[in-house]
Design a protein around this ligand. Structure first.
Ligand code: PSU
Ligand code: MN
Length: 300
């Protein structure tokens, strides 16, 4: 098998300790160095301090690592030749023994293989604006349709078409749970203007939904949408104008396919003079705390 589980994670699996997985695309393609590494290490620290075991996932020389070391995380943050690996890329990266950063989709696949049920990230991919023309729909959504992992995120960014993203998730039977909110959070902001069907207010309630889904043998993921803390939330109009400017530039430059999301993230950071990056970091910390506590409930 092209999978290596770290001793710490292996021990945690054996002892039925709570485990939270983490993706590496956010490190290699979602944030600039050195903030990416600082954030990834701090997220692990938060998960530990909440009493769970972090498992950052990435692919090194064609081997999926479940539970990367600090040194490996540092390399993922620094190296420029690490490919963004979604579902369709996985067999090729394994075959060619390359380095790859895992997206939400591949982190879900590898988490499920290792038996990890809770995964924390910033935001999920979704249906892009104008997808009616471009067909640009993230493989993350299809993965949520079939793989049994709960993804704790801060909703989805307004670089995406949020109502179409919600429609897609509905069609494929993916529960979207608002944590202490009835509104879909839009990553940088607590509000989006789109209502969710379910608000859950406690860790226990969320864990119970996960258990019920497991008992029903309904395959597929769950999205837990956790709004960014108010003190870090950006102004709604400011961030949406910045996002629209970034999308316009991507269109003018003809940015397509897997480059789109990383391009937009970097552009938004530039336009907002770094305030979007700070918000991004804080919302991931906030998600880490929630994810660790859901994982703790699940092993009780
Ligand atoms: N959203 C973010 N930061 C990220 C990503 C999304 O705020 O780093 C990454 C995640 O790894 C996600 C991927 O799975 O982008 C989606 O890319 P695409 O739209 O190409 O499927
Ligand atoms: Mn895409």
């Amino acid at each position: 098998m092209n999978i290596k589980i770290s001793n710490e994670v292996l021990e945690a699996i054996k002892q039925n300790k709570p485990i939270v997985s983490l993706e590496s695309t956010i490190i290699s393609h979602g944030m600039p160095y050195p903030k990416n590494v600082e954030t990834a290490l701090k997220v692990e620290e938060i998960i530990r301090s909440e009493g769970a075991v972090p498992a950052t996932i990435g692919i090194i020389d064609g081997v999926a690592i479940i539970g990367m070391s600090n040194e490996e995380i540092e390399e993922f943050g620094k190296r420029k030749d690490i490919l963004k690996v979604s579902r369709r890329d996985l067999p090729v990266i394994f075959a060619k023994k390359l380095w790859g950063a895992t997206t939400v989709a591949t982190t879900m696949i590898l988490s499920a293989m290792a038996g990890i049920e809770v995964f924390v990230t910033g935001g999920i991919g979704g249906v892009h604006k104008n997808a009616q023309e471009t067909f640009d729909i993230s493989a993350d959504l299809q993965e949520l349709a079939s793989t049994n992992v709960t993804v704790v995120c801060a909703g989805a960014k307004s670089i995406l078409d949020l109502p179409l993203t919600l429609e897609y998730l509905e069609t494929f039977g993916v529960p979207v749970l608002g944590y202490q909110t009835k509104e879909l959070p839009a990553f940088y902001t607590r509000k989006s203007g789109y209502e969710l069907d379910y608000q859950l207010d406690t860790y226990q309630e969320i864990a119970e939904v996960i258990r019920q889904k497991r008992n029903l043998k309904l395959n597929g993921g769950i999205v837990v949408a956790n709004p960014i803390p108010s003190e870090y939330s950006l102004d709604f109009d400011f961030i949406n104008n910045s996002i629209n400017e970034a999308i316009k530039e991507a269109e003018e430059l003809g940015i397509k396919g897997k480059e789109t999301t990383p391009f937009l993230l970097a552009k938004i950071k530039e336009i907002t003079k770094g305030t979007s990056l700070e918000a991004n970091i804080q919302l991931v910390f906030n998600n880490a705390k929630l994810g660790a506590n859901i994982a703790k409930e699940l092993v009780k």
